[in-house]
Design a protein around this ligand. Structure first.
Ligand code: AMP
Length: 146
């Protein structure tokens, strides 16, 4: 699959498909999810056409990060929610349906909101060391590419 192919979110950004717009700036568009898990379920998307978070440019990532807390406050103020989840799916295996980066803001009202299965294990020191070595190497490599 072409991870850069157009999605319905590009059409929303272009104004070809309507949305319930919450916020817009040069790099970011925010609108209500058409299939809300709970009232106030909102999507925050970069205008940059990238399928997955790890492909996003620093500029687009900064723009999303700058407005995300502000949008969470707006969702809380509008709905009265005191709790919420941020969900960001990458890959169909991880429940991503629209292949354009998006952050869900999902208010929680008692039992209503995002269902979460949290099947925990335990972190063994040896496994942590192996992971850290690989992650540090990956970070060093991506820093070199900057
Ligand atoms: P995900 O499973 O993370 O890819 O979620 C995609 C989300 O996009 C779902 O929650 C959909 O309800 C939402 N969605 C799809 N099309 C539209 C649309 N035209 N307007 C608003 N939300 C949409």
């Amino acid at each position: 699959m072409d991870i850069h192919s157009e999605t319905i979110f590009d059409k929303i950004i272009a104004g070809e498909i309507p949305c319930h717009k919450v916020y817009e700036d040069e790099h970011v568009l925010v609108f209500l999810d058409i299939g809300p898990i709970s009232p106030g379920h909102t999507l925050v998307i970069p205008k940059e056409r990238k399928a997955f978070l790890h492909l996003l440019s620093d500029q687009a990532a900064e723009a999303v990060g700058r407005v995300l807390p502000r949008l969470c406050r707006a969702v809380m103020a509008a709905t009265g929610a005191e709790a919420y989840n941020i969900l960001q799916n990458n890959g169909s295996e991880a429940h991503q349906v629209v292949m354009h980066v998006h952050f869900h803001i999902i208010p929680r009202f008692g039992s209503r909101g995002l269902g979460i299965g949290w099947d925990t294990g335990s972190l063994e020191s040896r496994d942590a060391e192996v992971l850290l070595e690989k992650m540090h190497a990956a970070l060093a490599e991506s820093a070199e590419g900057e």
